[in-house]
Design a protein around this ligand. Structure first.
Ligand SMILES: Cc1cc2nc3c(=O)[nH]c(=O)nc-3n(C[C@H](O)[C@H](O)[C@H](O)COP(=O)(O)O)c2cc1C
Length: 221
């Protein structure tokens, strides 16, 4: 598989089979992704890979918090306000995803089940939590973003499905407790890795992209 093929194939899988991914493959993915560039080669990422019993305990603890109506408290807060055209794209995504699942927007129960699916790491057998020192700036978050895409492309090349999600880090204190993440690290994002349940309705949807003519302004060509 070449890089362009991997870029096109990668998508957010929101349902995984329970089949584990072997440790060797997971470490191979992380080894490949560790070649990601960063500001002055600072390599600000601290990676916690969870599978097996620790992940099951963490999943249960996160779901218990969610079911107990504990408000999510990500270390990196989500923006309170978005520019209107961006907000519109988010709205469109939600609408299309609900449609693909046959869920009505007003169906609170179904929406809650969708949220719970995210809190429970989409049932994935492995999750990578990407952390960094709290004192770092947006430039290090940028580096972590690049690392995330590298992980997902390396996974795609190996036939492993992935999902990057803010929902996975809704309860960072539980992640800290289970995986011994020190307080001085922010738990920035999580990436689920596993065998995608290809038949699952959650995985039929593909998010559209803006056309290149809208996204790119060319000069001098
Ligand atoms: C930083 C980040 C956070 C995300 N958080 C979530 C999330 O909490 N729940 C979810 O279902 N998808 C989440 N996504 C997935 C996006 O919705 C998805 O990448 C986007 O719709 C494009 O679809 P694709 O990944 O299938 O190409 C997140 C993606 C990124 C990059």
């Amino acid at each position: 598989m070449n890089v362009t093929e991997a870029l096109k194939l990668r998508h957010t899988g929101r349902a995984f089979t329970p089949e584990p991914v072997d440790k060797e493959t997971l470490l191979e993915i992380l080894e490949a992704a560790n070649a990601t560039p960063s500001w002055a080669n600072t390599q600000p990422w601290e990676i916690y890979l969870a599978a097996g019993e620790p992940l099951q305990r963490l999943r249960a603890a996160c779901l218990a918090s969610f079911n107990g109506n504990q408000p999510p408290q990500q270390d990196l807060a989500r923006p309170g306000k978005w520019p209107p055209q961006i907000e519109e794209r988010m709205h469109e995504l939600g609408k299309k995803r609900f449609e693909s699942l046959g869920v009505r927007r007003e169906d609170d129960e179904a929406r809650r089940a969708m949220s719970a699916n995210g809190i429970g790491f989409f049932g994935a057998p492995a999750v990578v939590f990407i952390c960094m020192d709290r004192s770092l700036s947006q430039w290090s978050v940028f580096d972590l973003g690049m690392l995330s895409q590298s992980i997902m492309l390396a996974a795609t090349e190996r036939g492993i499905g992935s999902a990057v999600a803010y929902a996975f880090v809704a309860y960072p204190q539980l992640i800290r407790a289970e995986l011994d993440v020190p307080d001085e690290f922010s738990v920035v994002i999580g990436i689920a890795l596993g065998h995608e349940d290809a038949e699952h309705v959650q995985n039929r949807f593909r998010a559209p992209r803006r056309p290149l003519t809208e996204v790119v302004r060319v000069a001098g060509l």
